[in-house]
Design a protein around this ligand. Sequence first.
Ligand SMILES: *[C@@H]1O[C@H](CO)[C@@H](O)[C@H](O)[C@H]1NC(C)=O
Ligand SMILES: *[C@@H]1O[C@H](CO)[C@@H](O)[C@H](O)[C@H]1NC(C)=O
Ligand SMILES: *[C@@H]1O[C@H](CO)[C@@H](O)[C@H](O)[C@H]1NC(C)=O
Ligand SMILES: *[C@@H]1O[C@H](CO)[C@@H](O)[C@H](O)[C@H]1NC(C)=O
Length: 285
Amino acid sequence: MRALWVSSLLISVAAGLPRVQVLPTVERPFVFMHLAKAGGQSLRKYVREGARRIGIPADQMYIPCSTGLDCWTFHINRTAGNFSVIAGHFGVTELEEAGITEYDCLFNIRDPVDRAMSCLSFFYNELFQDAGRWSEDTFRRKATEEGVGTAVCHNDAARMLVSGMDDSVFMKASESHEVSKVLVTKALASLKRCVVVDLFDGPAHGEEWHSKAHTVIKAYFPWLDNGQIIPRENISNATLQGRPQKPQRLPHRLMKELEKLNRVDRVIYSHAQRLMEQQHPALTK
Ligand SMILES: *[C@@H]1O[C@H](CO)[C@@H](O)[C@H](O)[C@H]1NC(C)=O
Ligand SMILES: *[C@@H]1O[C@H](CO)[C@@H](O)[C@H](O)[C@H]1NC(C)=O
Ligand SMILES: *[C@@H]1O[C@H](CO)[C@@H](O)[C@H](O)[C@H]1NC(C)=O
Ligand SMILES: *[C@@H]1O[C@H](CO)[C@@H](O)[C@H](O)[C@H]1NC(C)=O
């Protein structure tokens, strides 16, 4: 087993890939940067179970939703402890603020428009009931107004991967066809540090995508491997967990608005897809 880890470690380092994390430590914690509405909830639980199994003490885990903290916790509270396993809606800004610079990370990405649909229907059911009658402008206003969780719904991958992002950057991108190269470069640098999986990749969320993400997670984080399959029911049904059960389809013209609103994440997602191709085969052949 050990020999396998060491050889995977060498392979990954040589290829400029994220390194294999044999064990999470306080000095170099495991961080699951959980992009919301992208199928990560059962993965969080799986991480907590994995950490327990290898004897990580409860006070070294920072896993909102699973360890008594509110699910929508957006800050890592270092006053509460020094952590070796962190899993939640935390990006580079939150890690910086917590003074955590050395870490091994896992990032779950998803097609940005699918994610926005799932997110908006979760926070704002009415959007999909009434939207058919709305003009593009009305839709845009509703889909971005305060109180519908829009900070999480649009371009959240960019927000998590680049520190100091504010909405004007996204609005600017949605009006033009340009996405700042500096921004994309920064996002990609953060992404490259992490093992990236798309839990929705593949035909109809079938076996193929699942076993791919599964194999990759276990290859880079062998301490998580309990010899069993990562629970999949809630991952594959993740889109159904929002309200309503299935987001109604939006008219094409409004889908185009949603695409524009998420232009930054669209660019990041296309880079992420290439990155996943590089990260995955090296360790999974
Ligand atoms: C899946 O969802 C059900 C119902 O919400 C819950 O009881 C169960 O613990 C979840 N399983 C996992 C692996 O998250
Ligand atoms: C951070 O943790 C400390 C120690 O557990 C606690 O007293 C404090 O209320 C927490 N702060 C926040 C903002 O949750
Ligand atoms: C975290 O670790 C540092 C260095 O070992 C220690 O001084 C500090 O008290 C620890 N913080 C907590 C909240 O346990
Ligand atoms: C989740 O999806 C599977 C397969 O598509 C289905 O059999 C199962 O009933 C679903 N579970 C829930 C809670 O919707």
